[in-house]
Design a binder for this molecule. Structure first.
Ligand code: IMP
Length: 429
């Protein structure tokens, strides 16, 4: 039995939540290894809709759920989510939920900085989720972050606050923000400590023991490869590595533990926030995709930008992300289109190019090259077997497989948990 790592293959919002929930059912342990509460997973089980942001999706099934050191955690947001989950009947005890002692805290000053920078950036803004994710990661690599282990050591905490504020005071002064009072931040953190520390553990050890015991682990990625800080459409990206290579560093296991890498890919393309998007449709078709696909951000409620499937981008995501098989989601949103277009590559200033170049101006100048495919009039919604799919829908999936160079191993046909067609069990490797 292999472990499985799930990552997004486009710009996020590919429907990872549902797939992760489905896989979590088959796993013993679920681990988050990057990102923070910029992520938003919606999981529909019968009449109940769960909206998870920091909690690993394993909590819905009561599986051991680990928030790894690679995650930046807003502890107040996490406590709210725990409360909400309990209200929906989830057993969120420290036996189920483990928070890495070496994970970084997202503080109110990180949100302030995120908002102030975005407000000042004008046309250059990133379009962040405003959750303070970027500033928290900056403090982590700047070696001035407060980590969960610090909460139980008042003396160390005072020193860390001093070091942190020496940096933030200067920034806040420049941005016209009021200074943070060290004693107020200390009081806030000391108040937080008893509420959060029951969950705080050496997560690498808890996970390592589970792996030694032969438990099946699901690594749950947030955001997606094109939002990766190295491989995405930089600077219009998030501040963490979202590729499968991050599993090891972000949870404290060896590079082979991540197992089979599953990329989640939507049957068309969307993105929230700013940045290049070669197949974006600013016309009636784009609006139709957005309306039918309910394309609004889970975290911010912003309408998502929509466009045709971009096979060139996904091909690149598969290569840099280490993806072995793909889950294709939201095929049903394409039901009823007479013709569908798929981008197979680009031209850049008249020259053919088969990948996304790293330069921002080049990315913005790409002209997609399209292949047209016939649509289908029947419905794919809720299909649970290949036989239920219209012939042209099968052709669409097969052509995508050829163009991206990876097999579609699962097909998701509605938001409902069991509306899935399985070609191959990812846990079998
Ligand atoms: P940040 O992660 O809040 O700094 O936002 C940086 C970029 O990543 C923005 O374009 C966000 O819209 C995007 N982003 C962050 N998290 C998600 C997500 O979970 N889904 C889709 N886009 C996201």
């Amino acid at each position: 039995m292999a472990n499985v790592t799930v990552i997004g293959g486009q710009w996020g919002d590919e429907g990872k939540g549902k797939v992760i929930d489905w896989l979590a059912n088959r796993a013993d342990v679920v681990v988050r290894f990057q990102g923070g509460n910029n992520a938003g997973h919606t999981i529909v089980v019968g009449d109940t809709t769960y909206k998870l942001s920091l909690l690993p999706s394993g909590v819905i099934q009561g599986k051991l759920s680990i928030i790894g050191n690679g995650v930046v955690v807003d502890p107040w947001s996490l406590l709210d989510e725990i409360e909400r989950g309990r209200g929906q009947g989830l057993a969120l005890t420290p036996d189920v939920l483990v928070l890495a002692e070496n994970a970084t805290l997202v503080l109110p000053l990180h949100r302030d900085l995120d908002a102030a920078r975005e407000a000042r950036a004008g046309a250059n803004k990133i379009g962040t989720t405003g959750r303070g994710i970027g500033p928290a990661y900056e403090d982590k690599v700047g070696r001035r972050a407060i980590r969960f282990a610090d909460l139980t050591d008042r003396e160390a905490l005072e020193g860390k606050i001093e070091r942190l504020l020496a940096h933030h005071d200067a920034l806040r002064l420049g941005l016209g923000l009021p200074q943070v009072q060290p004693h107020e931040l200390l009081a806030l953190l000391l108040d937080l400590a008893p509420k959060i520390t029951p969950y705080v553990k050496p997560a690498w050890k808890v996970l390592g023991d589970a792996v030694k015991d032969g438990k099946r682990v699901l690594f749950e990625g947030a955001q997606a490869t094109l939002l990766d800080v190295d491989h995405g459409t930089y600077p219009y990206v998030t501040s963490s590595n979202t590729v499968a290579g991050q599993v090891a560093a972000g949870s404290g296991v060896g590079p082979k533990v991540g197992g089979y890498v599953l990329g989640i890919v939507k049957a068309y393309t969307t993105r929230v926030g700013e940045g290049p998007f070669p197949t974006e449709l600013s016309d009636e078709i784009g609006r139709r995709l957005g309306e039918k696909g309910h394309e609004f951000g889970t975290v911010t409620g912003r309408p998502r930008r929509c466009g045709w499937f971009d096979a060139a981008l996904v091909r690149q995501s598969i290569a840099v992300g280490g993806v072995e098989g793909v889950v294709l989601t939201k095929l049903d949103i394409l039901d009823g289109f007479t013709t569908l277009k798929v981008c197979t590559g680009y031209t850049l200033r008249g020259e053919p190019i088969d990948h996304l170049p790293a330069g921002l101006r080049d990315q913005a100048a790409l002209e997609p090259v399209y292949e047209e495919l016939e649509g289908w009039s029947g419905s794919t919604q809720g299909a649970r077997s290949w036989k239920d799919l219209p012939a042209n829908a099968v052709k669409y999936v097969r052509r995508i497989e050829e163009l991206i160079g990876a097999p579609v191993v699962l097909l998701s046909t509605s938001p409902q948990r069991d509306d899935i067609i399985m070609m191959r069990d990812p846990f079998q490797g």
